[in-house]
Structure formats: structure tokens, C-alpha cells
Ligand binder design. Structure first.
Ligand SMILES: Cc1ncc(COP(=O)(O)O)c(C=O)c1O
Length: 409
């Protein structure tokens, strides 16, 4: 078959129609609907030194911790070269393996596996444990990396209603034994999953659990060991995953699992085999980060006190807030409403994270504020005053989400 002239490219910057079609769709859905022709996440104003930034997931505010920085720098200085290779080549006594042992002890699991990111942890784990014969029951709002893991495994996802253990149970009864995948703490709304009930349902039907603790490892539980540990459920959960780019303030991910799986995982998971392992200076940093997280309990205490104060005050202003944690989101709903809220807050030098499709359904966009332990009360009050100030200007009283609260009162 020959390619006709109409299909030839005039230059290598021309793209074929099958790619152009996708780009046009992104333009129509994400760029064009906005006043500034940029995605909703980007306003026109750039933050400056005086801005209040509530976008980072460094919940314990340790990304510039002197001990962690020093450990990273010392390792960079001491090393001749980095091990730029896949983890399959690492022996028992590698720095990675030693840190994996410490991480497992930290949460009370038999083993842990360090990954390049939280994304790699979820995708790699599901690829290893699921296949086309295994149903995966997944919370409708579970993180995209869990959904993509299901896809890569070739398994069928059965979505259950968000945080609804009885719907989960009905699906399991229909489809049989499989995997239940959830987030412990939802990264968009800040809600905590009904963990005890979900664990109970999963165990009753012989399902294994994959629980993503990206937003609760380090921030919740004794010494930061996470929500599953705090609730005494460690013995009843097979797999926990987490991004280390949140409270651990680095680049990495982790899977907590039984030793039986840990032995084979590096040789079965594509992200482990076909992507390079963590670098030595990152591992040196994480070793000290783990010490800091275990030792510095007061960071967690401050985080929880400030988050509670902030989310309760925000709800008392009339906003719809479902949060139970340090992730505090205004559930604005329609994207144009979130756009107005973003602009009004940025005009007052407050920067949160606007969430839109594909991170949320199109009618459930939101403005997320990530609280960290060292925010001052004056900063929190400044943001609350800004949120109070903008309500009329952005038409907040007429949002569906806020009308619903008022009619329930
Ligand atoms: C719940 C959850 N899981 C996984 C990830 C992916 O983590 P990472 O950024 O380390 O790839 C994220 C990050 O957005 C997340 O919020």
C-alpha cells in the first residue's frame, strides 16, 4: 500500500490527523473554555514572595530540613558515581534493601519495596497481582494510578460508589473474590475512607486490599505509621502503597507487602525491571526523613490542630467542605465557578490548587488547600478572610453545593 500525497507531511513539525484530533479535543475541553485560554489550574497571576501558597503536599514542612539536606549533600559529595540501573541488579546489602527493611519495620509490615514514585508503586503492584481473570473493585474516586494499574494488568475494574462499603459488598457478591483498591485519604476532597468497614467487607469475601496511603503516611498514626496502623488493621491488609512525594517530601514511592511477594516483585513488575532504581543520595535523604518523621511528633500535632481549625472555619463561612484532614477543599462544582474563585483568591495573593477534569468529574471541580504544620495562625486567618471576602463577588451562595447545605439546615 502506498501513502497518497494528501497524507505526506510537509515538515517534521506537522502531525498526522490521528494526533491532531486528540490535541484539538484537549484544546476544546481544557484551554478554550477558560477566559485566559489556559487550563483551570493556571491563573494569570504569578505568586511572589508575599503569596500564601497552599499547593504543596509537604505536609510536615520538611523539604528544606537541614538534617535531610545534609544527608543528601554528603552522599552526593562522597559518591564517585550513581548506580544508574534497574533494581534487579541490586544485592541483599544494597542501601535500597536496608532502607526497605527500615520502612517495613516502621509500618509493621513484613516487607517493603521502594519504587521511583507513587505512580510506579500502584501501577507496578497491580500489574503483578492482577490479570484478566481477577476482578478489581475500585472506589470511584481512587487515584488515577490505581485505575491505570488495573488497565495495565488487563483486569476489569468494577467501580463502587465512593466510600460505600455496602455497594462494594454487593459487587463482590456478584463477581467473586478479587482485589479491593482504595485511597485511605482522598487527595481531592480530603475525606478519609471508612477503613474498618471496607477491610471487614474485603476480608469476609476473601479479597485482598490495596490501600493507597500517600496522604496519610507520615501524617497519621503513631510516629506517622499511617491510618491502617493507627486503626490496628495492619494484620488484615495485604498491601499498602504510598507516594513519598507528600509527607516524605522526596521523589519516590513505596509498597508495603508480605515477604512472599517482595521476593519476586522486582523480577515481575515492569516499572522495577524496565526503569532505573532510586539514586543513592535519594536513599540517604529518605533514611534521615524517616528519622525525622518518627521523632518529630509535634509536627503532626500542629498539622492536625491547624487543619481542624481551618476546615471548620471554612465550613462556617458557608462553603461546602467534606475534608477530615490536612487536605481541605472547597467543593465549588462547576469549572467556571472554580475559575472565578481561583481568580478572586489569587487577586488577594492566596494560591490553592484548582482541580478539574480529568482529576475530578467535570461537574465536581474544586479548589484544594494543602495545609502544612508551620503555617501561622495569621496566615490561616488571612486565607479565611479572603474566602469570606470573595463570597458575593463569585456568586458562591448560588452554587449547587452551597444551596444543598442551606436546604439541609
Ligand atoms: C493518592 C495518590 N496516589 C499516588 C500518587 C502518585 O504519586 P507520585 O507523585 O509519587 O507519582 C499521588 C500523587 O498525586 C496521589 O495523590
Amino acid at each position: 500500500m502506498t501513502i497518497g500525497d494528501s497524507h505526506r507531511f510537509t515538515s517534521s513539525t506537522d502531525l498526522p490527523d490521528f494526533i491532531e484530533k486528540k490535541l484539538r479535543q484537549c484544546d476544546d475541553e481544557m484551554f478554550n473554555p477558560r477566559k485566559n485560554k489556559k487550563p483551570l489550574v493556571l491563573g494569570d497571576r504569578l505568586p511572589d514572595a508575599g503569596s500564601i501558597m497552599l499547593q504543596s503536599n509537604d505536609y510536615l514542612n520538611i523539604s528544606n530540613h537541614p538534617r535531610i539536606r545534609k544527608a543528601q549533600l554528603d552522599m552526593l559529595t562522597a559518591m564517585n558515581r550513581e548506580p544508574l540501573m534497574s533494581a534487579v541488579f541490586l544485592h541483599e546489602d544494597s542501601a535500597l534493601n536496608l532502607l526497605q527493611k527500615r520502612m517495613a519495620l516502621f509500618t509493621g509490615f513484613e516487607s517493603s519495596l521502594l519504587c521511583q514514585s507513587g505512580w510506579a508503586a500502584n501501577v507496578g503492584l497491580l500489574q503483578v497481582i492482577a490479570d484478566s481473570s481477577v476482578p478489581v473493585y475500585i472506589d470511584f474516586f481512587a487515584h488515577m494510578s490505581l485505575w491505570d494499574g488495573v488497565k495495565i494488568a488487563g483486569a476489569t475494574p468494577y467501580a463502587f460508589r465512593h466510600n460505600d462499603p455496602s455497594h462494594l459488598e454487593r459487587l463482590i457478591i456478584e463477581r467473586g473474590q478479587g482485589i479491593v483498591a482504595i485511597d485511605a485519604l482522598y487527595s481531592t476532597s480530603g475525606e478519609i475512607a471508612p477503613l474498618k468497614d471496607i477491610v471487614e467487607v474485603a476480608n469476609r469475601h476473601g479479597c485482598v486490599l490495596v490501600i493507597d496511603e500517600s496522604h496519610s503516611l507520615g501524617t497519621h498514626g503513631k510516629q506517622g505509621a499511617g491510618l491502617i496502623s493507627e486503626l490496628g488493621l495492619t494484620d488484615q491488609v495485604h498491601f499498602i502503597t504510598a507516594s513519598l512525594a507528600k509527607a516524605f517530601a522526596g521523589r519516590g514511592g513505596v509498597i508495603f507487602c508480605p515477604s512472599r511477594l517482595a521476593k519476586y516483585y522486582p523480577f515481575m513488575s515492569s516499572p522495577s525491571i524496565f526503569s532505573s532504581t532510586l539514586l543513592d543520595f535519594e536513599i540517604a535523604g529518605f533514611n534521615v526523613t524517616l528519622d525525622v518523621i518518627i521523632e518529630e511528633d509535634e509536627r503532626r500535632t500542629k498539622l492536625h490542630e491547624k487543619s481542624k481549625y481551618f476546615r471548620e472555619a471554612l465550613a462556617s463561612l458557608g462553603y461546602s467542605v467534606a475534608s477530615e484532614s490536612q487536605i481541605v477543599a472547597i467543593l465549588s462544582g462547576l469549572e467556571p465557578d472554580t475559575e472565578k474563585l481561583r481568580d478572586a483568591l489569587e487577586a488577594r495573593n492566596v494560591f490553592g490548587s484548582a482541580f478539574m477534569a480529568p482529576a475530578t468529574p467535570r461537574t465536581r471541580s474544586l479548589m484544594r488547600f494543602s495545609i502544612h504544620s508551620d503555617l501561622t495562625m495569621a496566615e490561616l486567618d488571612y486565607v479565611l478572610n479572603a474566602c469570606a471576602d470573595v463570597r458575593d463577588e463569585i456568586g458562591m451562595w448560588n452554587w449547587k453545593s452551597t444551596r444543598k447545605i442551606r436546604s439541609a439546615q
